[in-house]
Design a binder for this molecule. Structure first.
Ligand SMILES: [Zn+2]
Length: 290
């Protein structure tokens, strides 16, 4: 758990899948990225699906929802979805929370691995909100892209995860950077998708940045040119990272990553050569699942 002023920021696991390493690192040659991450014989890398639960002024805010509630068995088998730390709901239960206790769900973007647990099937097979009392939010640009997917994005934009929420009025669309409450802000960080959002949690001089897929794997924050093959606008990802790197260094922000099983969180520092370098945080510094 990270303490940012009065805010408790809990890292929760929304599951873990195996992905093709070519997807994870795109154009980066294997000889370079494999210095940091070791693929299986089948050229797969583990990818965790991290979510955050923020306790703030009596409110419970969930950032991203992971995977599992409505998946076909075939997908579960192919992706090798497992829950090494229990499900998201197990994590919430460990914090004494049930789905009814969530006040706000922030979707960083609508790729299925980030929002599949937004909704679930009820006993009659209807799709309903998993968090019945929550307001859900996502960037309007992201929603518009998600309801009109193209041949490249269709596999990951699954309307059941968000369209029923929009139609029932439970999903609010955001117009750019948005402060949800004092100290908790959604900031548009385009590239992975044009409407991709990160979340900045601040208290005076303390900052925690849930970077989400602006850096899918931690090393991709350090290396501007390294990114996944899934980034819709890779050169925009590069420029967004270029903008954020100096800010993260200057403010000594805790950066929390969405998918990296080796580095859950890190600070970015300037090394002796004046280059950005990751300084991973240990479990004793808060980088551990609640
Ligand atoms: Zn992702």
């Amino acid at each position: 758990m990270f303490q940012i002023g009065d805010f408790e920021v809990h890292l929760l696991s929304g599951g873990q899948i195996m992905v093709d390493a070519g997807g994870a690192f795109g154009l980066v040659p294997r000889v370079l990225w494999s210095r940091y991450y070791t693929p299986t014989e089948d050229h797969l890398l583990p990818m965790c699906l991290n979510c955050l639960l923020v306790k703030a002024n009596g409110k419970n805010i969930l950032i991203d929802t992971g995977m599992g509630s409505k998946l076909p068995p075939k997908y579960i088998e192919q992706s090798q979805l497992t829950y090494p730390y229990g499900t998201l709901f197990d994590g919430l239960a460990r914090l004494g929370l049930s789905v009814e206790d969530i006040d706000l769900v922030i979707d960083t973007h609508l790729h299925a691995d980030h929002c599949e647990n937004n909704t679930r099937f009820d006993d009659e097979g209807h799709v309903v909100a998993t968090f019945p009392n929550a307001e859900y939010v996502v960037q309007r640009r992201e929603y518009e892209d998600a309801i009109k997917p193209n041949e490249r994005t269709r596999a990951t934009y699954v309307p059941l995860n968000y369209t029923p929420l929009y139609e029932s009025g439970q999903l609010r669309l955001l117009e750019g950077d948005t402060e949800f409450l004092e100290g908790i802000k959604g900031v548009v960080t385009p590239g992975h998708t044009p409407g991709h959002m990160s979340v900045l949690i601040s208290n005076q001089e303390q900052h925690l940045f849930f970077i989400c897929d602006l850096a899918t794997y931690a090393i991709q924050l350090e290396r501007l040119g390294w990114m996944t093959a899934y980034d819709v606008e890779p050169l925009v990802t590069l420029e967004t990272k270029r903008r954020w790197q100096p800010w993260l260094i200057e403010h000594q922000a805790i950066v929390v990553f969405p998918h990296d099983t080796q580095t859950l969180a890190a600070r970015l520092i300037e090394n002796q050569d004046g280059k950005p370098q990751l300084a991973p945080l240990g479990a004793d510094e808060g980088a551990v699942y609640s």
